[in-house]
Design a protein around this ligand. Structure first.
Ligand SMILES: Cc1cc2nc3c(=O)[nH]c(=O)nc-3n(C[C@H](O)[C@H](O)[C@H](O)COP(=O)(O)O)c2cc1C
Length: 213
């Protein structure tokens, strides 16, 4: 099929929708919805978010002032609340109170944990960099709070119970996860043709990069 060159834009479909929360300089909790979120390091565990610095974003200001944030994962049943936190600003109203969400202070950083969310990462800001319109903020995860309901007996998160909200930027809509389709790090193994060659390449990488998650 013929290929078409598209108008330049960062294609982000799909991404997981998260809620980032922080205290402002008066100690008031605010939160906003983000789709620009990624895991940026395993050791130490770090996540990176990107917030538009060319627009008024109260949460951005709060994070930079407090050097901390909490990343929360909403459940598909909280899709309307999640959308609301992404269209209204904490500069205008008390968003969290308006949707009946309540918070408590994180144990490890000065940032609010939203009690209504099943999973929260308490993060200390370790790096910021501006890329175009957005400030990328990397937070080192200092504590993870998970509702027991979403954990298996090995304390691994069961995604079918977390039920994350997937955001489709191309068509501006929310989706839910589908069914598992294959085992990761296994399903590709049978396609491996030249094992020796792959092992040689791996040896050149530092130990920390070769380690499988
Ligand atoms: C689904 C969704 C995803 C969003 N993702 C981002 C994002 O990654 N970065 C960003 O700067 N704003 C993002 N926004 C917009 C902010 O959440 C929005 O501007 C919010 O009102 C800011 O609130 P605040 O002023 O209280 O911080 C998103 C909004 C929605 C609805």
């Amino acid at each position: 099929m013929a290929k078409k060159e598209l108008l330049l834009h960062a294609v982000v479909a799909p991404t997981q929708t998260v809620i980032v929360s922080a205290y402002d300089t008066e100690g008031k909790a605010d939160a906003c919805t983000l789709a620009f979120y990624m895991v940026s390091s395993h050791l130490p565990p770090c996540v990176t978010i990107a917030i538009n610095a060319t627009q008024r974003r109260k949460t951005l200001r709060s994070i930079l002032a407090s050097n901390a944030f909490v990343l929360g994962f909403p459940d598909i049943r909280q899709v309307n609340e999640t959308d609301y936190l992404g269209v209204e600003s904490g500069y205008n109203t008390n968003k969290l109170a308006n949707i009946g969400f309540n918070t408590c202070e994180a144990r490890t950083v000065h940032a609010p944990v939203i009690n209504n969310l099943l999973l929260s990462l308490e993060c200390e800001v370790v790096h910021t960099v501006t890329i175009g319109s957005h400030i990328q903020i990397t937070g080192e995860v200092k504590n993870i709070l998970a509702d027991e309901y979403i954990l298996n007996d090995k304390d691994k998160i069961i995604l079918e119970r977390l039920r994350p909200i997937i955001y489709d930027e191309e068509q501006q809509r929310y989706l839910c996860l589908g069914s598992p389709i294959a085992d990761a790090f296994r399903s590709g193994a049978e396609l491996e043709k030249d094992q020796d060659m792959l092992e040689d390449e791996e040896l050149e990488m530092p130990e920390i990069i070769r380690r499988p998650y």
